[in-house]
Design a protein around this ligand. Structure first.
Ligand code: FAD
Length: 574
């Protein structure tokens, strides 16, 4: 199989908030560099940044502070976040949101006095979520896309990265990609590579992320031997739309602001159940609300499609229709009246807190490889606050863009790829063409159910072990299953196969990490270890692929800014 060779200075994998910010910052830092953005989807149309509904957390109001945003992030993350990363997130979010408005051209909603409006989001002590109605991501990604189009930044759209290829000395050489349209292989050599493929836990029965995301970035990083942190931490959003099994709208998220604004959750018997679980009722954090809904579902107190209801009409249908236009329209499209009636919802896998270990400068332990956005780990610990996701991708994407030109200045030159790795990776990607075709969809359904049932919202040892056995079986069957024909051009079945392989590999790591953490923190809940464990001696899990086997270890969390029991808030400390 022929592989076309291309060369660029900086190769950015992913065209979400992290990837596009990185491209703009890198070009600004050094306009002489050749910068390429490669994405599995179309620029401006792919990834989850475009899907951001609620908004962007930033401490702008004089009544708020970066310390308050930081404490919310640390406490929400159950003392597991990497505190330097979290601090960088909350401090840099301020300059990034100004940049979004003043340089990128976004318009966010404003208060009557002209200041940016901050909406309420669950789990936060201040209304700091800056937004554009309830479709904030479209504003952010459209403006970013226009800025990228207007500049000499190369684009490889509908290019799927399949392997991070090292040189013989171990440093990163470049990335092997498939041009989805032609089916051709392309190796792009780069002096620096940013991994920004956006995580995305799409291996669960109900999930929210965009269809182009299948954990490819983390699967590639794992294969390269990079350490992955907090892999047990899958965030379930409590209110995914439940519209029956026959529509892809099922699982898509109904935003947190609905609960923040005073929406009620009712079970199938029309009982407002959150009071049975948490005094904060519907405004409890995502993990608490998801577990409460899961408990109602397991107890059989469900709606016709097996979930619970969200109810908004007591807030005034006209007000709800105005404040949540996007959500109301989306529900209407599926035949539901969000403003005046009841809509069925279910917890849905939404965000992945785990990812590649990196420093505040986004550098990984592999020379030449950087990581940002949802592929990176440590900023959120056991729980991401709603609104901290897009802040994370734009903050650290921008930092990666600032840092990579400097890295290249200090480490100039391309490194030749290790030819044996390149050949092996091409063969690996072509594997399904060498097997008899089979039913990929059935395998995918099996994986969705296995992860949902056994490594889902509530976990225990027996379930996780059952899940691991299931993942092994599904992967073995996948490797024995091929795709029909030999034509690689726009062969979506081939890409489904590759998606499924990435999902199996990362599902296994999630299960191993879930087994390793014998306590319950944030998004990770073990019914056989329901307590949080000692906060002062908190550890985080690290998974690494050693010769094809996943090795799990724990490392201590470093409390570099604040220790459990302490606070940075002056009024609380006094
Ligand atoms: C429905 C929804 C609502 C959300 N609402 C909010 C919110 O209100 N506030 C908030 O803070 N966060 C929210 N989030 C989370 C937030 O969207 C993400 O955390 C963030 O946008 C991730 O940005 P990213 O740049 O890392 O990845 P993304 O924006 O997801 O971009 C990933 C990119 O990688 C590309 N890619 C994937 N695989 C490959 C591959 N193999 N090769 C090449 N390219 C690849 C994709 O095509 C895409 O271009 C929401 C998420 C969803 C799904």
């Amino acid at each position: 199989m022929q592989v076309e060779h291309l060369k660029t200075d900086i190769l950015i994998l992913g065209a979400g908030g992290a990837g596009l910010f990185a491209a703009l910052h890198a070009l600004k830092a050094n306009p002489d560099l050749d910068i390429t953005v490669a994405s599995k989807g179309l620029l401006g149309k792919c990834g989850c940044t475009r899907m951001v509904q609620g908004g962007y957390n930033v401490a702008l109001n004089p009544g708020d502070s970066i310390e308050r945003h930081f404490m919310d992030t640390i406490e929400g993350g159950k003392w597991l976040p990497h505190q330097e990363l979290a601090w960088t997130l909350v401090t840099t979010a301020i300059e990034r949101v100004r940049e979004l408005e003043n340089e990128i051209g976004c318009f966010f909603d404003r208060n009557p006095d002209g200041t940016l409006h901050g909406k309420a989001f669950a789990g936060q002590t201040f209304d700091r979520t800056v937004h554009k109605g309830d479709l904030t991501g479209i504003e952010i990604i459209n403006r970013l896309m226009e800025q990228v189009w207007a500049r000499p930044i190369r684009r490889l759209e509908e290019h799927r990265a399949v392997a991070l290829v090292p040189s013989k000395d171990g440093a990163l050489s470049g990335v092997l990609m498939i041009d989805v349209r032609t089916g051709e292989f392309r190796f792009v050599a780069a002096q620096a590579v940013l991994l920004a493929t956006g995580g995305g836990p799409t291996m669960y029965r109900y999930h929210t992320p965009s269809g182009d995301k299948s954990m490819d970035g983390l699967a590639m990083a794992l294969r390269l031997g990079l350490p992955l942190r907090d892999m047990e931490m899958v965030q379930f959003h409590p209110t995914g739309l439940l519209a029956g099994p026959d529509t892809r709208m099922t699982g898509t998220v109904l935003e947190e602001g609905l609960r923040g604004a005073g929406g009620h959750l009712l079970n199938g018997a029309m009982h407002r159940f959150m009071g049975d679980y948490d005094p904060k009722l519907e405004r409890a954090t995502r993990d608490v609300v998801s577990r409460a809904i899961d408990a109602e579902m397991r107890a059989g107190r469900t709606t016709p499609n097996g979930g619970v209801y969200i109810k908004m009409d007591h807030l005034g249908p006209a007000k709800v229709a105005k404040q949540f236009k996007g959500m109301v329209d989306r529900c209407r499209d599926c035949g539901f009246d969000l403003a005046g009636g009841l809509v069925e919802v279910v917890p849905t896998a939404h965000y992945f807190m785990g990812g590649v270990i990196c420093g505040v400068d986004t550098a990984t332990e592999r020379h030449g490889l950087f990581v940002a956005g949802e592929d990176a780990s440590g900023m959120h610990g056991a729980n991401r606050l709603g609104g901290n996701g897009v802040a994370n991708s734009t903050v650290f994407g921008g930092i990666a863009g600032d840092v990579m030109p400097d890295f290249i200045a200090r480490n100039p030159g391309h490194r030749p790829p290790d030819a044996s790795v390149l050949d092996a990776e091409v063969e690996r990607a072509l594997h399904p063409f060498r097997r008899k075709p089979g039913d990929l969809n059935a395998l995918r359904e099996m994986l969705l159910d296995t992860m949902w049932d056994d490594v889902g919202v509530v976990r225990d040892r027996a379930g996780i072990e059952r899940g691991l056995a299931g993942i092994d079986r599904i992967e073995a069957e996948l490797l024995a299953t091929g795709v029909a024909g030999t034509d690689p051009r726009f062969n979506l079945t081939w890409h489904d196969w590759l998606n499924l392989r990435s999902l199996c590999e990362i599902s296994r790591v999630i299960a191993f990490a879930a087994l390793r953490r014998e306590n319950s923190r944030g998004a990770h809940y073990r019914s056989d270890f329901p307590g949080p464990g000692e906060l002062a001696t908190s550890t985080f899990t690290v998974a690494r692929n050693i010769s094809g086997k996943i090795e799990m270890t724990d490392r201590p969390v470093l409390f570099t800014h604040v220790r459990p029991g302490e606070t940075l808030l002056r009024e609380a400390a006094e």
